[in-house]
Each structure stands twice: as structure tokens, then as C-alpha cells.
Design a binder for this molecule. Sequence first.
Ligand code: NAD
Ligand code: DAU
Length: 339
Amino acid sequence: MKLLVTGGAGFIGSNFVQYVLDHYPDDRVVVLDKLTYAGNLDNLLRVQDSGRCSFYQGDINDEALVERLVPGVDAVLNFAAETHVDRSILDASAFIQTDVRGTWVLLEAARRHGTSRFVQISTDEVYGHVPQGSSREDDKLAPRSPYAASKAGAELLVQASWVTYGLPSLITRGANTIGPYQYPEKAVPLFATNALDGQPLPIYGDGRQRRDWLYVDDHCAAIDLVLRRGAPGEAYNVGAGNERENLDVARTILALLGKPESLLQFVADRPGHDRRYCLDSTRLRALGWAPRHDFQAAMERTVAWYQRNEWWWRKLKTGEYLEYYRRNYEQRHALLRSS
Ligand code: NAD
Ligand code: DAU
């Protein structure tokens, strides 16, 4: 197969490119990535000698470029997105442009060229806060952050393309993913790299929010299975059942790195913070998927990678990152002082 992977220089996209090249010696991959602050060619260094991966820097909103790349591919996998909830709270415009409009540009090109599979990489956040039980694919979408709303909007366009035009599209809704090459604004790489530097780990609110932690290889295996065996028109939850409170996550990282719990620093909460996500992945398991990493294994592998790969993350924690860090966290400290 020849795959177009948008967002392939990001965290999950680049791991997926490697997954495909490792598992399918005859497959080829075309990566389209804008290289935003979160896109990074270092993430693709490991596949550059394969001879089976080509890279185009560009925007999924660029209709002319998309029109050139879609003909001749067997499938489009749309990983490209603005992905950080806190940034969407500060300014959502890029989220609407990329996550919603950009998805429509890709869908329309895939429809025009009769692409045989379109896989939209979505998120458990589209279900919103889940106080009890677990979300099933037919539950209503109730997104609460601007990021989650933009991903839900994209999903509705994907469904409309299937229902109205018969474009064979599928949706995956993944849980919180961790592993190598994740930009250090997200909680786990941020906590790990701060801890390595002896810096505080900022814990939003009471730290009792719950997420289901999924190792990136397990997420990639699930997306690959949905691509090859999923039923068009369906959505598939991808959750490993590794539910933990954020405080447990931060404490696990400190323990793995031999750092003191005095580094935990409570700061003002994220506005509209979803306290819990939890997925029922029965539909995906029926296709033959099972996660290979429990919580401890996923955390150990992830933390060890950041410990060994300072070359990768050190240069990211400069410039724009520091400016964002100040905007996001100074405000949180100020709110905490005034409450
Ligand atoms: P990421 O932020 O690491 O990577 C996103 C990539 O998309 C970057 O390489 C960026 O340059 C690229 N991009 C952004 N705007 C673009 C545009 N307009 N045109 C082309 N490329 C563009 O994100 P990630 O964590 O790897 O997430 C990948 C996908 O998986 C996203 O769709 C996200 O919503 C979804 N997802 C992520 C998680 C998670 O925990 N990280 C969980 C479930 C679903
Ligand atoms: O659930 C899937 C989603 O997981 C993806 O769709 C998103 O793209 C991805 O960013 C992630 O969203 P979250 O908001 O859950 O992830 P984040 O790593 O930002 O935060 C995880 C939890 O940790 C969340 O409850 C907020 C909390 N947190 C986060 C940061 C950055 C903190 O307590 N302190 C922090 O500094």
C-alpha cells in the first residue's frame, strides 16, 4: 500500500510511519507536515534511510498541494492537527483552521480521487468528561474544550463524507498517548524533562483528574488494524485500561528518576478541565487488538527514553517553548496566589 500520512513529523504520526515501514516491507509512505512548533524532522531521522518514505513540508489547508499528493495513494491517514488543550484555551483559531477546515480539504480531495480508505485520527476528548463507566462509540459527542470541539467538528465532517458521498472513512478515538518523540508541552514529557532538570512539576488543580494512559506503539497498532480491517463508516475507541490519577502519574515519574516529591507544585486548574476520560474498546478488541503495555511498562519505557535522549528534547525547551511556558504557567501561579 501507499499511504499519505499527514502530521507524520509529529509524535504519533512519526511513530506510525516507523510502525508501517517496520511491519510492511512493501508499503510506502508520503508524509505531509507543516512543521509547526510541534512538527520536527528529527522525529523522522530513523526512517530516512528506508528509501520508502518521502516528505513534503506543507499545510493540509493548501488545496493545490493536497490535490497533487492524494492521487495514487491507497489511503489517507489524517494525524495533522493542533493538539494541545492549553494552547486551544489561549487561542483556538489555528485549531479551527487545521483540525476542522484542513480535514475537509483532505476529505474532498480523497472523494474526488476515489481514495479507498480515509482514517481520521481522533480522540477520547470528543466524549467530554465521563464521571462513571466508559464511553462507547455510539455515545453522544460532548466536547468541552476548544481543542475537543475542533476534533469533534472534524469527525462530523468525516461522517458526512461517508454518509453523503460514500467515502470509505474510519475514525479512531485514542486515549492519552505516551512514548518517544512527544513534544514536551504535554504532561508526561513535561514532567519527565522538568524532573530531570530538578524543576517543579506543575499539577493542575487537585491532581485527581483521571486519564487512560496508552503506549504509542499500542496506539499505532490499533490505527494500523483499523486501516486494514476496520469497517468503513465506523469509529473505534483505543483505550488500554490504564486509568490513573495525574498525581499518580507525576509520582511514578519522580520515583523512576529517583527525584523527591517536593518537586510536585500545585497550580491553578485548567479552565473547564475534564476530570475523567474512560473508553470501552470492545469493538477494536473484536478486530484482534490488545495493548501490550500496562501502565508501569508504558511509563518505564517512556521515561527511560527521555532520560537517554536529551539531545532530542533539550533544544526544544528554548525560544517559543519558553514564551508559551511563561504565558501558560505564570498565569496559573498568579491565579493560585489570588485565590
Ligand atoms: P503533535 O502535536 O505531536 O503533531 C501534530 C503534527 O501535525 C505536527 O507534526 C504538526 O507540524 C502537524 N501539523 C499541524 N498543523 C498542520 C497543518 N495545518 N498541515 C500539516 N501538518 C500540520 O500531535 P500528536 O500528539 O502526534 O497527535 C496526532 C493526532 O492524534 C492528532 O490528530 C491528535 O488529535 C490525535 N490524538 C493525540 C493523542 C495524544 O495523546 N497525543 C491522543 C488521541 C488522539
Ligand atoms: O485524551 C487524548 C488527548 O490527550 C489528546 O487528544 C490530546 O491531543 C493530548 O494533548 C492529550 O490531552 P490532555 O489534555 O489529556 O493531555 P495533557 O498532557 O495536556 O494533560 C494530561 C493531564 O495532565 C490533564 O488532566 C491535564 C494535566 N496537566 C497537564 C499539564 C500540561 C497538569 O496537571 N499539568 C500540566 O502542566
